[in-house]
Design a protein around this ligand. Structure first.
Ligand code: PA5
Length: 430
């Protein structure tokens, strides 16, 4: 088994800076691992993969098998931490165009309030054999609840009594409208544990059920989590990539680098960046603190945002996700006419050319004084993806404790809801 590695050579971070921040990072790690920090009751994700009930785990597999065998498509209803991790995993592992190439197809709803989106999605799936996975820890989130009302009606019209066998719910063990409705209607439910918040929940049924229904190997995923837990709980600062990543981000932030751009060169990994943005944005962005998490897809965005990164305000640093072995590849053919003057790279693979684009970009940005961090993953399968999720979650918890915010709450999310409910005339929620 190879490791996920961290390369700080382009970060402009000096040994003595790492030495200086080390005690803070080590203290934060200690608080997190010993469950002595703020909101330690929300750190159940640290060891959930060792604690998940066998019965719950087997039932996830059974439900996933039913969905795969009986559906051309399934729709995942959820928002924020209730869909981002599963979407990231499904896209990264199944690869580009997976919905056109593989079955079942996977669609997402309950993640916005767009009537146009919902109407088109319904037009797209209504003639197919479908199943629904509804995920909401609170069971009351408006976006998800509204979409579920629409899909529930559709399912009941389409399948009658049988609809209850095609609707799967992941929610709180005891409370929330979704839980009580599931009991009344007879839907199969799975539990989002009390001690795990939305953006850390990809390792629970929140991520496991949709992943398994999409054909991902969740046994391998669980192995990756365990490997991550072992490796990143190591208390040796110099050899623990997770600690060094937390250290590097905070050193750069203290040098007024306010924005971290998560960069990848594989389109199938775009949603990993979306998951990562929520994780860091909601965990650190409070009390006027935090690094703004942004993302770019290279080389595509080099033709739109590359100019700013190279020569714009020096408030950025870049964290690139590099995948050593890609799923597929193609060779550039030889053309005897060579009208396009590309024969100099004929016989080379696209992955090779992509890697040279990465090296060239990294050097250019370094010359432009943009610090760069590289995270290299041996390959993008269930094992390494789980390990990468764990790497970021652990490092995020440590980073949050280092800047002295609570990385497990999100009080700021309520502000828009309050106004929206008032404007909609909901007296209960004001
Ligand atoms: O990380 C979080 O807690 C949030 O992003 C939630 O996941 C999101 O708001 C959805 O909440 P719920 O699962 O209760 O519908």
């Amino acid at each position: 088994m190879e490791k996920i590695t961290l390369n700080l050579h382009g970060s402009f971070i000096e040994e003595n800076e790492l030495k200086r921040i080390k005690p803070e990072i080590m203290a934060a790690q200690k608080s997190l691992l010993n469950r002595k920090g703020v909101s330690s009751e929300m750190t159940g994700w640290l060891d959930y993969m060792y604690r998940i009930e066998k019965k719950e785990y087997e039932e996830i597999k059974t439900a996933a098998k039913y969905i795969k065998e009986n559906s051309e498509a399934f729709i995942l209803l959820g928002i924020g931490g209730s869909y981002l991790g599963a979407k990231a995993a499904i896209e990264a592992v199944r690869g580009d165009f997976h919905n056109e190439l593989l079955s079942p197809q996977v669609y997402y709803a309950g993640l916005n309030l767009s009537g146009a989106y919902l109407k088109k999605l319904i037009r797209l799936v209504k003639e197919k054999e479908i199943s629904i996975i509804v995920i909401s820890k609170s069971g009351t989130t408006l976006e998800t609840a509204l979409s579920f009302r629409i899909f529930r009606e559709l399912m009941e019209e389409k399948y009658g009594e049988e609809s209850k066998n095609r609707i799967f719910v992941v929610t709180d063990k005891n409370k929330g409208a979704l839980k009580s409705m599931s009991e009344l209607k007879g839907y199969k439910t799975f539990v989002v544990p009390d001690d795990i918040g939305g953006r850390y929940s990809v390792i629970t049924p929140v991520g496991l059920l949709p992943m398994a229904a999409a054909g991902l190997d969740i046994d391998k995923f669980m192995e990756g989590l365990k490997s991550g837990a072992e490796e990143y709980s190591d208390r040796n600062f110099e050899s623990n990539a997770c600690l060094l990543y937390a250290a590097a981000r905070n050193i750069l932030n203290r040098r007024n680098k306010e924005i971290e751009i998560f960069v990848n060169y594989e389109p199938s990994c775009t949603s990993i960046a979306e998951w990562w943005k929520q994780l860091y944005g909601e965990s650190e962005g409070k009390e006027g603190k935090g690094i703004f998490p942004a993302s770019l897809n290279f080389t595509t965005d080099l033709h739109s945002m590359g100019q700013f990164v190279q020569e714009g305000r020096k408030i950025l640093f870049e964290t690139t996700l590099s995948i050593e072995n890609s799923q597929d590849d193609m060779e550039v053919p030889f053309d005897s006419n060579d009208f396009d003057r590309l024969n100099y790279i004929s016989g080379k693979t696209f992955n090779y050319i992509n890697s040279k684009a990465f090296e060239g970009t990294f050097m250019a940005h370094k010359d432009g004084n943009v610090p760069g961090i590289i995270i290299t993953v041996p390959k993008m399968d269930e094992f390494y993806l789980a390990k990468l999720f764990y790497f970021f979650m652990m490092s995020c918890g440590i980073s949050g404790y280092t800047i002295k915010v609570d990385p497990f709450t999100q009080p700021g999310v309520e502000a828009y809801k309050k106004n929206m409910f008032r404007l909609l005339g909901n007296k209960e929620k004001i």
